[in-house]
Ligand binder design. Structure first.
Ligand code: NAP
Length: 248
């Protein structure tokens, strides 16, 4: 029996990177998956690719997570396509790095809007069917820098620390209805987000990581899969670090 047989999931930012690997891992374990991302073309392509690889039911849903109307529509479209919504993964995220003295107010606001407010809006929209069903999982993709802070990432680390507070508050609020809310805090993972780093910076980062290397998106997906499935039925309000030991 597959681990997510009969479940349905909505993953934001799922057209590439970590989100795509999570969507693929869920589909491979039997879930029907809504692949939600900014571009309709990219979501449709990713959804078709996942369906071809796994045989799972998929749907591509274009949305901007900063829009409450988009978030509500994405949840409604998922329910229409698959009949219900069991699992939400808030993975969409952006960076706009810079030292604080040079960071523009707009760059602070946009990172908070996508990473933190977007997760709140999606959780709010998804919580309606989940609370009604008295079952559900919400998984927020935070970051190691939300736990440690990072020079040059005041906006991003604040958004990711905020996501941990949001996770714990939602976990407390939704626990009476058996809706479990947890966060995954990846360290440095090889995706487009980290591709821009110079080789020298990547080598320095790898030296700081006890396991001696950056992580792969599939390694984050395995943590999300655990938090989405029955093996984590007594876990809520937690932050699961997938960081090679970078922060303990
Ligand atoms: P990525 O490759 O840049 O993918 C992020 C996805 O989110 C993209 O498909 C992007 O769409 C989408 N997105 C951006 N803004 C959106 C919005 N407003 N509404 C809907 N979708 C939006 O990044 P990643 O590395 O896979 O990161 C995924 C998550 O993991 C992020 O939350 C990130 O902060 C977190 N994380 C990553 C690392 C790492 O080392 N890579 C470490 C810790 C945490 P477009 O491509 O169309 O812009």
């Amino acid at each position: 029996m597959k681990r997510l047989e009969g479940r349905t999931a909505l993953v934001t930012g799922a057209a590439r990177g970590i989100g795509l690997e999570i969507a693929l891992a869920f589909a491979a374990e039997g879930a029907a998956v809504a692949v939600a991302d900014l571009s309709q073309e990219d979501c449709a392509a990713a959804a078709a690719d996942i369906a071809a690889k796994t045989g799972a039911r998929t749907a591509g849903i274009a949305l901007n997570v900063t829009s409450e109307a988009d978030c509500e529509r994405a949840v409604a479209e998922t329910e229409k396509a698959f009949g219900k919504l069991d699992i939400l993964v808030n993975n969409a995220g952006i960076t706009k790095d810079g030292l604080v003295l040079r960071m523009k107010e707009a760059d602070f606001d946009s990172v908070i809007a996508v990473n933190l407010k977007g997760s709140f809006l999606m959780a709010k929209a998804a919580s309606r069917p989940m609370l009604k069903a008295r079952a559900g999982r919400i998984i927020n993709i935070s970051s190691v820098v939300g736990q440690t802070g990072q020079a040059g990432q005041a906006n991003y680390s604040a958004s990711k620390a905020g996501l941990i507070g949001l996770t714990k508050s939602l976990a407390r609020e939704f626990a009476p209805r058996q809706v479990l809310v947890n966060a995954v805090a990846p360290g440095f993972i090889r995706t487009r987000m980290t591709d821009g780093l110079k080789d020298e910076a990547k080598a320095k980062i790898s030296e700081m990581i006890p396991l001696g290397r950056m992580g792969e998106p599939g390694e984050v997906a395995k943590a999300a899969l655990f938090l989405a499935g029955d093996d984590s039925a007594y876990i809520t309000g937690q932050v699961l670090a997938v960081n090679g030991g970078l922060y303990m």
